[in-house]
Ligand binder design. Structure first.
Ligand SMILES: [Zn+2]
Length: 341
C-alpha cells in the first residue's frame, strides 16, 4: 500500500511527499477531516515512508515496511483509548508517548506515534504532552488524527502541521471500495448508500447487517409519519426498544440506529429542498424517501434531525439510559411530523 492507494486526497498527499522529499518532516502533525476518508491510511503510509530501508520509500517490501503493515514495528506506536474507555488520560499519554519519546528508537531512524481519536485526549494529557511536542529528545514524529479539529486545544493545534482530509464524492468512494474489496464488495453503490457515505463503515461491516439496520430505521420513520391511529406509539416504542435488546453492546447498537435515522432524515430533507444541489446517500430509496418527505415540513425535518442529534449526544457522551432516550425521542419526533408543512 503506497500513496496511490489514497483516493481524493491529493493536497494532503502532496504536502506529506514534499516534507519527505525536502527532508523537512515536522515533529507533529494533525490529520483532520471526516470519518473514513483516509487519515489513518495516510498515517500508515507516511510511517512506512519514514522508516523504509528500500530505495523508493515506501517500498512495501523491506522488513520495516512489512512490519508496519503487520502492525508490529516497535518504533511505530499506535495510541487509542484503552478498551472500554472513551478518553486518553494523562497516565496513558505519559506511559505510551512521553516516556517512550525520551528513549532511542529500537530499530528505525525515529519513533512515530499515531494518536487515533485525538479528540479523546484529555486536556490534562494534552498539557502533559506539550513539552514533547515542542522539544523532542530524539527524532520523533507525532501524528494526531481527529474528525474534530476544534476539539483540540489551540496550544496543541498551533504546534502541529495541519493537514485537511476532505470528504470524498460518490465516484471516489466507489474507487476506494473497489480497490479495497475487489469483487467481494458486491453492489458498491448499495454499500455506499447503506453506509451513508462513510468508508470506514462500508469497509468494516457486513452489508446485510447494514441493510437490516436501515430497514429498521426506515420502518421507524414510516411509523412516525403514518396518520394517527395507523401506527400506535406503543409499536414505535417497541420497535425502538428492539434496537437495543439482546446484545451486550446495546449502547453502540442504539447509536448506530440513531445515525442511520439521521442519515435517512438528512436524505429526506435533501430530496425535499435541495434536490439537484446535493445528492442523497440512499439513492436506491428515492421514491420512498420523497413520499415520507410529504409528511414533514422542512422546519419539522430540521427539528427532527436536531432531536436525533441530541439523542446521539445523550447516549454517546452523556451516558443516559439508551431505552429511556429512545422513548423520549419517539415522543419528541412525533411532534415534528407535519410541523411547518
Ligand atoms: Zn520499505
Amino acid at each position: 500500500m503506497d500513496w496511490e492507494f489514497l483516493k481524493g486526497q491529493d493536497a494532503a498527499v502532496a504536502s506529506l511527499r514534499r516534507d519527505l522529499a525536502s527532508d523537512r518532516v515536522a515533529n507533529a502533525y494533525i490529520f483532520h477531516g471526516p470519518e473514513g476518508v483516509g487519515k489513518s491510511t495516510a498515517a500508515l503510509i507516511f510511517a512506512k515512508a519514514l522508516q523504509c530501508g528500500g530505495e523508493a520509500p515506501p517500498c512495501g517490501e523491506c522488513p520495516a515496511c512489512l512490519k508496519i503493515d503487520r502492525g508490529v514495528h516497535p518504533d511505530v506506536i499506535h495510541v487509542s483509548p484503552p478498551e472500554g474507555r472513551k478518553s486518553i488520560g494523562v497516565e496513558h499519554i505519559r506511559e505510551a508517548v512521553i516516556g517512550r519519546a525520551v528513549q532511542r528508537p529500537q530499530e528505525g531512524n525515529r519513533q512515530i506515534f499515531v494518536i487515533d481519536e485525538a479528540h479523546a485526549v484529555t486536556i490534562g494529557a494534552f498539557n502533559a504532552l506539550l513539552k514533547t511536542l515542542e522539544e523532542p529528545s530524539y527524532d520523533t514524529v507525532i501524528i494526531l488524527i481527529t474528525q474534530n479539529l476544534h476539539a483540540l486545544p489551540p496550544t496543541v493545534v498551533s504546534r502541529c502541521r495541519r493537514l485537511l482530509f476532505r470528504s470524498l464524492n460518490r465516484d471516489e468512494q466507489r474507487a476506494v471500495l473497489a480497490a479495497s474489496l475487489g469483487g467481494a464488495g458486491g453492489d458498491l453503490d448499495q454499500l455506499i448508500s447503506l453506509s451513508l457515505g462513510r468508508l470506514g463503515t462500508a469497509l468494516g461491516n457486513d452489508p446485510e447487517v447494514l441493510a437490516g439496520r436501515r430497514e429498521a430505521a426506515l420502518g421507524f420513520l414510516e411509523g412516525l409519519a403514518a396518520p394517527p391511529g395507523k401506527a400506535d406509539i406503543i409499536d414505535l416504542l417497541s420497535l425502538a426498544a428492539s434496537q437495543g435488546s439482546g446484545s451486550g453492546a446495546v449502547r453502540a447498537e442504539v447509536l448506530r440506529f440513531l445515525e442511520m435515522l439521521l442519515g435517512l432524515l438528512r436524505d429526506i430533507l435533501v430530496l425535499k429542498v435541495a434536490a439537484g444541489d446535493l445528492e442523497p446517500w440512499n439513492t436506491d430509496l428515492d421514491e420512498v424517501l420523497r413520499e415520507l418527505g410529504r409528511r414533514w415540513g422542512a422546519p419539522g425535518l430540521i427539528q427532527a434531525m436536531d432531536r436525533v442529534e441530541t439523542a446521539v449526544r445523550d447516549v454517546g457522551e452523556i451516558n443516559t439510559n439508551p431505552s429511556l432516550t429512545l422513548e423520549s425521542l419517539v415522543i419528541g419526533l412525533r411532534g415534528t411530523v407535519g410541523a411547518g408543512s
